[in-house]
Design a binder for this molecule. Structure first.
Ligand code: GUN
Ligand code: ZN
Length: 429
């Protein structure tokens, strides 16, 4: 099952009981029935996956590398959670040995949840960001990441200067951007912890290397929004703190945007900037109900992010379900979500938000073979539900309602199988 045509614009789920894909050098080169395809490609080995459900690899458009060990600190709003749970852990990544261990846990967490492409909020420490890119390259993950920069409002160990932020970003981007599947993203943490000078330094990196991406947080929590309004009193709202510095473009992704104004949505649509919707984080921190309908009506692209560690795990299926729940609850302004729309948000919409729509996101000819095969264990509600589903769309609803890491049996990235038969927990050790 996949969503090559946008289901928010009339596209329907593409599904087949039995379809054959030919993969050469990581790319899908043919698609059809087995008899026709084997006639044209007689020398290819056949892998039979008919006992499972094949989907495109999942795309996480907002996830924090240094927060794996911070998952599950419940009961606090954003600013208190940062101070008490996230930032003390992020300080520990000053040690490269510590960062290397966390990088292994992080990449393992993504892949075992079926995520094959991710836009990753890095660390404030350049050495730690290097360990992440190194580990992602080792395991084959399609990662876009970068140095997180701040020069006020955070613990002193996490602060830098505009000049150092520029120099370290350029060095990391030169080392990793476009190398294998790695790409670089310019990442001020949020305007709350950024001076105008450091936002200018970020713009300088984008000027020097226009192919790199931009990401940050925006309009997540009312206390944060109020403080940003105080710090940037001469700006026209939170989105403008980035826009005025030339940071918003296509291939920019802003996380959250729960408390957006209509003029801000118009600016995002005009710039082609996408929003990473992180519903489990928005619930866990009590940030609010994401106005999906207003984003879609304004023409702003939306995809899903786990926002680990404020988010409660790596599974993009869970984010899809939580997005569905919250739209059900958003009285008057909610956008009902079908299973097909959830799959789109979890795959092709994410690929497009990251500027990778021509390479990944669905299983069409010409795309990289990034895919997952779900094989839920016998006796589980998902296994039973899939065997009794009367349509593909119904099966997909069950996958979002019930699916999780334990159901992800096989994972391929660029044609290479990186998980086979489910992850044994020993694989990390
Ligand atoms: N805003 C600034 N930093 C963070 C973070 O680490 N998590 C979330 N959810 N919001 C942020
Ligand atoms: Zn975040």
């Amino acid at each position: 099952m996949d969503t090559p045509d946008d289901p928010f614009a009339g596209g329907v789920l593409r599904s087949a009981e039995d379809v054959t894909l030919v993969v050469e050098d990581g790319v899908i080169v043919a698609r059809g029935d087995l008899a026709d395809v084997t006639r044209d490609h007689p020398d290819q080995a056949v892998v039979d996956l008919r006992d499972g459900v094949l989907l495109p690899g999942l795309v996480d458009t907002h996830v924090h590398f240094p927060q794996v060990r911070a998952i599950g600190a419940l009961g606090m709003p954003l600013l208190e959670w940062l101070e008490r749970a996230a930032l003390p852990e992020e300080c520990r990544l000053a040690s490269e040995d510590y960062a290397r261990e966390v990088a292994r846990e992080f990449c393992f967490g993504l892949i075992s949840a079926g995520t094959t492409t991710a836009l990753v909020f890095g660390s404030h420490f350049a050495g730690a960001v290097d360990t992440l890119f190194t580990e992602a390259a080792r395991v084959g993950l399609r990662v876009t990441s970068g140095l997180v920069v701040s020069d006020r409002g955070l613990p002193a160990e996490l602060l830098t200067t505009p000049q150092r932020a520029y120099d370290e970003a350029i060095e990391l981007a030169k080392r990793w951007d476009g190398v294998g599947r790695s790409r670089y993203v310019v990442t001020p943490r949020f305007s709350f912890s950024a001076s105008e000078a450091i936002l200018d330094a970020c713009a300088g990196v984008l000027d020097s290397m226009p192919e790199v991406l931009f990401t940050s947080h925006v309009n997540e929590n009312p206390a944060e929004v109020a403080e940003v309004a105080r710090l940037f009193a001469d700006h026209d709202g939170y989105v403008d703190t980035y826009d005025r510095h030339g940071l918003l473009k296509g291939r920019s992704v802003l996380a959250h945007n729960v408390h957006a104004t209509d003029p801000e949505l118009a600016v995002l649509a005009e710039r082609g900037t996408a929003v990473a919707h992180c519903p489990s984080s928005n619930s866990a921190l009590g940030s609010g109900l994401f106005p999906l309908r207003r984003h879609l009506d304004a023409g702003v692209s939306v995809a899903l992010g786990s926002d680990v560690g404020a988010g409660t795990g790596f599974s993009i299926f869970k984010e899809g379900l939580q997005a569905y729940f919250m739209q059900q609850l958003l009285e008057g302004d909610g956008h009902p979500l079908s299973p097909t729309q959830l799959l789109h948000l979890a795959t092709s919409a994410g690929a497009q938000a990251l500027g990778l729509g021509d390479r990944v996101g669905d299983l069409s000819v010409g795309k990289q073979f990034d895919a997952i095969c779900l094989r839920p264990p016998g006796g589980t509600a998902l296994n039973i539900g899939l065997r009794h589903a009367s349509s593909a769309e119904e099966a997909l609803g069950k996958i979002f309602a019930l699916g999780g890491d334990a159901d992800v049996a096989d994972v391929w990235i660029g044609g290479r199988q990186v998980v086979s038969g489910g992850f044994s927990r020993a694989a990390l050790g």
